[in-house]
Design a protein around this ligand. Structure first.
Ligand SMILES: CC(C)(COP(=O)(O)OP(=O)(O)OC[C@H]1O[C@@H](n2cnc3c(N)ncnc32)[C@H](O)[C@@H]1OP(=O)(O)O)[C@@H](O)C(=O)NCCC(=O)NCCS
Length: 201
């Protein structure tokens, strides 16, 4: 009994300690930068604890690994050495001058797989700041970047169970286009497809 109570308080405090303040006035969309290397690395703990599937977990433990990650991101943005089955992709980070807060990717065009799963834009917010409006803000920042790349009707997808992601899309003007069932890692995953019309933006 005593053990149970002490574990409850430990986990409550651990969660409490994990959260940090966000300086909304300093929010910026940037390309990955060594300045936030440590903060980015620290975000993995939360992503892993919450078993976040929509985060790539690049290997960035050492400076060499981080430099490789930066180089690859730059190449993929320019359409070079793009992994098999993927397409040229621009990777962005949301930061507030102190912390890495979230990642967003823009796929420059769709292949057959991305049409049904992944779409043009993907994002993940670090767990310590979930529910603070950052997913919505991040997508709002990514849309003009997509427009600059000539994407006029970005397609976005999310698992049917991912209410938070669905809301992030809807709050940015996404319109529901349909539902498909994707087979992912041997499991049927109902997936919703949305599009956002950027012609007037
Ligand atoms: C989905 C995700 C990006 C949302 O980011 P966020 O910063 O927490 O989102 P916001 O704070 O902007 O909230 C957006 C909406 O989702 C709702 N929401 C947030 N967390 C929620 C949850 N766990 N369950 C249900 N709704 C939730 C908010 O209430 C808000 O809706 P409202 O304005 O109608 O109240 C974030 O949870 C995440 O990174 N998840 C893991 C990766 C992922 O799923 N990426 C999307 C792949 S499609």
């Amino acid at each position: 009994m005593l053990w149970g109570v002490s574990m409850f308080f430990k986990s409550w405090f651990a969660r409490y300690e994990e959260r940090f303040n966000v300086n909304y006035e300093k929010l910026r969309l940037i390309t990955p930068d060594i300045r936030y290397w440590r903060s980015f690395k620290n975000s993995y703990r939360g992503y892993r604890a919450h078993k976040v599937e929509d985060f790539a977990y690049p290997k960035v433990d050492t400076l060499e690994e981080f430099s490789y990650f930066l180089r690859s991101a730059d190449e993929h943005r320019r359409g070079l050495n793009v992994p098999y089955g993927s397409v040229p992709t621009s990777l962005f980070w949301l930061t507030d001058d102190v912390n890495y807060l979230a990642s967003g990717s823009i796929r420059h065009y769709l292949n057959d797989n991305l049409k049904l799963f992944g779409g043009h834009i993907g994002y993940s917010v670090r767990t310590e700041v979930w529910g603070m409006g950052l997913g919505t803000i991040l997508l709002g920042y990514l849309l003009p970047e997509a427009r600059k790349l000539g994407i006029i009707r970005p397609r976005l997808t999310c698992y049917e169970s991912n209410t938070a992601s669905r809301r992030v899309m809807e709050k940015n003007g996404a319109v529901f286009m349909g539902r498909v069932v994707n087979r992912i890692n041997g499991k049927d995953r109902p997936t919703l497809i949305f599009e956002i019309d950027l012609t007037m933006r």
